[in-house]
Ligand binder design. Structure first.
Ligand SMILES: C[S@@+](CC[C@H](N)C(=O)[O-])C[C@H]1O[C@@H](n2cnc3c(N)ncnc32)[C@H](O)[C@@H]1O
Length: 228
């Protein structure tokens, strides 16, 4: 499904060459950035990352955000998702209702409280709960560890992050709340999926158009949180 705002985009092709005229992997990356309609549109609309369009599309599909909703955004840097979420929830500048966390530093965003820390540390859940000031409506996680080149290991690492994010969500979500997390294709592990189904009314998987076809990522979207 193409996000509405991407309809009709045309991209002028520009050839990028290395000094020797060969296409090296770094030049391939630059070339891809130059030709990627989502990169161009993100720049035009002032988003820090093309990934902003992934959360826009997930919101169009699942109606996750609206004015006043409280949200925790895990793995938030450089801030594309946080920008979108702060806008859609009309999070106030003075008393933000969106909390973003990343291990990497992130430039401030109006309406977003930023925590710079590793989510996998034991103090992260407590710090997030303090920053959110109570239960929240949505927990989103775009966290991804750097890939190692070994697909099975990468899968394990991302699933570890998803699992921790899920258990954290069960501690902080209001009844009826939603949880969205990046997983690898093949979906969520059966055991975790079963846990999710116990805690949420519906659990689905989605791959937004802005998620590169060649990337194995997709998103698990769990709606209607209920304490078992
Ligand atoms: C794909 S990027 C997120 C992009 C972001 N959603 C946006 O729109 O700008 C994944 C992020 O997960 C973060 N991350 C990975 N492991 C983490 C951890 N253990 N704790 C906190 N952040 C982590 C990385 O630092 C990286 O910034």
């Amino acid at each position: 499904m193409q996000p509405k705002l991407m309809t009709g985009l045309r991209v002028k092709r520009t050839r990028v060459k290395t000094a020797k005229g060969r296409i090296a992997s770094s030049t391939r990356w630059i070339s891809r950035q130059l030709h990627d309609p989502f990169v161009l549109e993100a720049k035009k609309q002032g988003y820090r990352a093309r990934s902003a369009f992934k959360i826009i599309e997930l919101d169009e599909m699942f109606h996750l955000f609206s004015r006043g909703k409280k949200v925790v955004d895990l793995g938030a840097a450089p801030g594309g998702w946080s920008q979108v979420i702060a806008k859609l929830t009309c999070s106030p500048k003075e008393n933000p209702t969106v909390v973003a966390l990343d291990i990497l530093p992130m430039k401030p965003i109006d309406g977003v409280k930023v925590l710079t820390m590793d989510f996998m540390t034991s103090e992260a859940p407590k710090r997030l709960k303090e920053a959110a000031g109570g239960a929240v409506d949505v927990v989103v996680s775009d966290m991804a560890a750097n890939t190692t080149g070994t697909p099975s290991l990468d899968h394990l690492r991302i699933m570890n992050l998803v699992e921790e994010a899920f258990w954290f969500a069960t501690e902080i979500l209001k009844d009826g709340g939603a949880f969205v997390a990046k997983v690898f294709q093949g979906g969520t592990e059966a055991k975790l999926l079963a846990e999710m189904k116990k805690h949420f009314k519906t659990v689905k998987h989605a791959k937004p158009a802005a998620s590169r076809k060649e990337s194995p990522e997709e998103y698990v979207v769990a709606l209607g949180f209920k304490r078992p």
